[in-house]
Design a binder for this molecule. Structure first.
Ligand code: EPU
Length: 335
């Protein structure tokens, strides 16, 4: 019989640092315990947490909070040019990136310093500085809750898109990711250094993955607040993708609007630009605020509640709709 803790604060399990309580709590370190847990507590609601860095908690949870904390990294296969590495879901993402840099395995260096766990990384297909998880993702092991069995999902089966995957759409709540298998380059040969900010940081012609990671870390540290100091969940909203005609209407009024055409003929624009333009950058309402260096990041200066952050987010969404006719979708999960 598994023994669960009761009435536990989730403050240290979410990067926004919001104080809410869960009725019951279980820290899972052995994957074999999953079957036991879901059998013993069949009738109760169970909510899964990874690193807690992409969620806004707004209320106490009347059920079991399950934190996935299994650890371990192992090399499954190695050739002259690539390596297949299996990483347990509870490993910290950035620690894994550091492990790759130490072994000189290429592919995740642009994703340095993204908060969260490895098991959560496929859910929103994490991405930064021109690289998305899907470019290194080989497959993942999942626990299928309904029939309490394990299976493997391939890259294609996960249906990765911009900040999106099968885990957020048709299979939402169906699986628990228990480990992720990555295909990395050995030695690193394809660096992605085209992103403006990275280009500006690098000097000389030949670069290593360690130098790229160093540049990424320095850019992130200069713009993004460290959740250990100021609570936040990274980008709060997704960058909106506009139809060509919607974009053309806007660019006539705002010729300086930054834009990134998508392969499908639409145009992605930075939500941060819209938020700054509307005058929200750096504002503070009580302990809820918009970060002064990155308008896409909402912050908890100390004791904000989830509802106070959410109220600020709703205000921004309403203004974007009125001023630009754009619906800003949240990137973080509101719970
Ligand atoms: N900008 C502003 N005001 C700001 C910040 C940015 O106008 O306060 C404009 C600038 O024109 C800038 C552009 O927005 O050139 C893009 O900004 P940035 O490069 O900082 O990236 P982003 O689009 O705001 C996305 C990701 C980040 C990722 C960066 C870098 C999303 C939702 N966010 O942000 O991901 O680190 O690109 O690749 O796609 C996250 O998902 O949590 C996250 C931090």
């Amino acid at each position: 019989m598994l023994k669960l803790k009761e009435n536990v604060s989730l403050k240290k399990y979410n990067s926004f640092g919001i104080e809410v309580f869960t009725e019951k709590f279980f820290l899972l370190t052995k994957i074999s315990q999953l079957k036991e847990l879901f059998t013993q507590f069949q009738k109760e609601s169970i909510r899964v947490h990874g690193g807690g860095s992409n969620m806004l908690l707004t209320k106490d949870y009347d059920g079991i909070t399950l934190v996935i904390a299994n650890k371990g990294i192992s090399v499954l296969n190695e050739t002259e040019t690539s390596v297949l590495v299996s990483v347990q879901a509870g490993e910290n993402w950035h620690e894994f990136v550091l492990w790759c840099l130490k072994h000189n395995y290429g592919g995740v260096e642009n994703l340095a310093l993204i908060p969260g766990s490895v098991g959560a990384s496929p859910i929103q297909n994490i991405g930064a500085y021109g690289v998305e998880l899907k470019s290194v993702f080989h497959s993942c092991e999942v626990f299928e809750i309904e029939n309490k069995s394990f299976k493997t999902l391939s890259n294609e089966e996960c249906l990765f898109r911009y900040r999106d995957s099968i885990f957020k759409k048709k299979s939402k709540g169906k699986y628990i990711i228990t480990s992720v298998c990555f295909q990395l380059q050995k030695p690193p040969h394809q660096l992605q250094i085209g992103y403006g900010d990275i280009k500006n940081q690098l000097t000389g012609k030949q670069h290593s993955i360690q130098e790229v990671a160093k540049a990424v870390i320095s850019i992130r540290q200069s713009k993004l607040p460290d959740p250990k100091e100021i609570g936040n969940s990274g980008s709060f909203f997704k960058n909106p993708i506009l139809s060509k005609s919607h974009y053309e209407t806007l660019i006539k009024i705002h010729p300086e609007l930054p834009n990134y055409p998508t392969p499908e003929g639409a145009v992605k624009i930075p939500a941060a630009w819209l938020i700054e333009k509307m005058g929200f950058k750096g504002i503070r309402e009580g302990d809820a605020g918009v970060h002064p260096q990155q308008a896409l990041v909402l912050v908890n200066y100390k004791n904000a509640t989830g509802d106070q952050i959410l109220e600020l987010a709703r205000k921004i969404q309403k203004a974007a709709e009125e001023k630009f006719n754009i619906k800003l979708e949240t990137e973080v999960n509101i719970l």
